[in-house]
Design a protein around this ligand. Sequence first.
Ligand SMILES: N[C@@H](CCC(=O)N[C@@H](CS)C(=O)NCC(=O)O)C(=O)O
Length: 225
Amino acid sequence: MYVLHGVHDWGSQVIHMVLAELGVPFRFNALDFQAGDFDAPSFRALNPFGRVPVLETPDGPIFETAAILLYLSEHHDGLAPRSDAPDRAQFLIWFIFVTNGLHPAAMLLLHPERPAGEAPKRALAEATHELVRSQLAALEGVARGTPWWLSPDRPSALSLYIIMLLRWIKAFPAYAEHSIASADFPALHAMAKGLEARPAIRAVLTAEGISGPAFSDPPCDTLAD
Ligand SMILES: N[C@@H](CCC(=O)N[C@@H](CS)C(=O)NCC(=O)O)C(=O)O
């Protein structure tokens, strides 16, 4: 049985949703960051960098979101085009675009102080806001072409990843003025709405203590300054 180590409403959420959609047996091990669980030797043995998500598999523990998603896509049908499918190349392009581009940019929008401290924080957040908008515009263009892996009614490793990031970008930016609504990107918005209505996804949201339109229109949690 898979064991997912994570924190509710953190980056483990995409893996949680994928496992729920697959319908495979798994256990969610909820870690407590404040209690020091990330530094526990037993957790560091699974991921020496002390970050979530980590998935324990029959082939050993895997960390890095992208690695876990690709592993699950290779071991279970339906999460991504197979390696010989004609749309595999397009899927890979946009998967890497999200893991290497949108995910790090979203993290910077939420935590612009991390790379260089407080002084450049606002300038960095402003520049990142523009970057994230342009990345979402690019993904919107792809979603408008209606590939199944960005569809509102059929989840994929990529679409579930994107909707988690849409939540972060709308709900948790460092500055409220940088909150980006998925409604500005209609095809992505429709995808978020369709996927968040699915029973398996609703079950994950309930388990993580999240209510309302979690991905398509979460409230912005950031206080205006
Ligand atoms: N590139 C990694 C990033 C993992 C990551 O930064 N996870 C965050 C939670 S979303 C974390 O564990 N943060 C704890 C820390 O930075 O100490 C991945 O995609 O898995």
